[in-house]
Design a protein around this ligand. Structure first.
Ligand code: B1M
Length: 210
């Protein structure tokens, strides 16, 4: 579909206006929001990553592409999230300490919100203490951690240990995800579950809270 290619290219070029116009046009053409997300927005970020790896793009280009991606997501959000639904559980979500990547984490939060969960977004660069504090004060059911860097994924283990030390580990389920994370890693650090993408994070959350 031509418009999805325009959106894809708009993100790769960091052209926020083209992405916003493209997403609006795609919605007007009755293309499903999920299709716009999975065939336009997400593959574009993968392409940006490839260009970065090959030395064609540097951090500024990644940042501009991320800004364009976020503006497209913001337009899609109301179509992906139902409003006025009584929450069926509470999820504290963040990207772990040292890691500033938030697009995947926000997407997971958005999909969970769309599935009826209340989201407590602890942002990026989140310390183990901030998760502990959320569990203590906000009665969360799920702690959801995202990491995009191989150097920060180990911070997930620190958070699980901090929950154990605070005597809170049994109260919550811990789920993890992000590009470098695997089921094996999740098992090794004692997480309750791993999901490779946002929609599977919803399935996993439902399963763990059933
Ligand atoms: Co960075 N970056 N980045 N970056 N960046 C990657 C991750 C990288 C793979 C690029 C590359 O080399 N190909 C590489 C990591 C290499 C590694 O660790 N092995 C990298 C690097 C090296 C860096 C810096 C170190 C660069 C530098 O400064 N020299 C630096 C680190 C900064 C820091 O965090 N401390 C850096 C900075 C940045 C920007 C700030 C410029 C920007 C982020 C902007 C932002 O997020 N606001 C950025 C970007 C945009 C990327 C890429 C290109 C795109 C990430 C993205 O948004 N993907 C990325 C390359 C890539 O991923 N191919 C890259 C789209 C998003 C939808 O996917 O986040 O994977 P993702 O989320 C997926 C799944 O992983 C999953 O669901 C989502 C989809 O449904 N998921 C979960 C994610 N969290 C989950 C949690 C769950 C379940 C599923 O449960 C809780």
């Amino acid at each position: 579909m031509e418009i999805l290619e325009t959106i894809f290219q708009g993100i790769v070029d960091g052209n926020k206006n083209a992405v916003e116009t493209g997403v609006r046009q795609a919605l007007d053409e009755n293309i499903a929001p999920e299709k716009i997300l999975h065939e336009g927005l997400i593959p574009a970020m993968a392409e940006v990553g490839r260009l970065f790896e090959e030395g064609e793009y540097y951090v500024p280009e990644m940042l501009i592409a991320a800004r364009a991606m976020k503006s497209g997501l913001a337009i899609l959000k109301p179509r992906l999230v139902q409003s006025n639904v009584e929450p069926i559980g509470k999820v504290a979500i963040a990207t772990v300490k040292g890691d500033l990547h938030d697009i995947g984490k926000n997407l997971v939060g958005l999909m969970l919100e769309g599935a009826g969960y209340e989201i407590i977004n602890l942002g990026v660069d989140a310390s183990p203490e901030s998760f502990v504090d959320a569990v203590k004060t906000k009665q969360v059911d799920i702690v959801a951690m995202s990491a995009l860097l191989t150097t920060t994924m180990i911070r997930m283990k620190d958070t699980i240990e901090a929950l154990e030390e605070a005597g809170l580990r049994e109260q919550v389920k811990v789920i993890v995800g992000g590009a470098p994370i695997t089921q094996k890693f999740a098992d090794e650090i004692g997480a309750d579950g791993y999901a490779p993408d946002a929609s599977q994070a919803v399935t996993l959350t439902k399963k763990l809270l059933a």
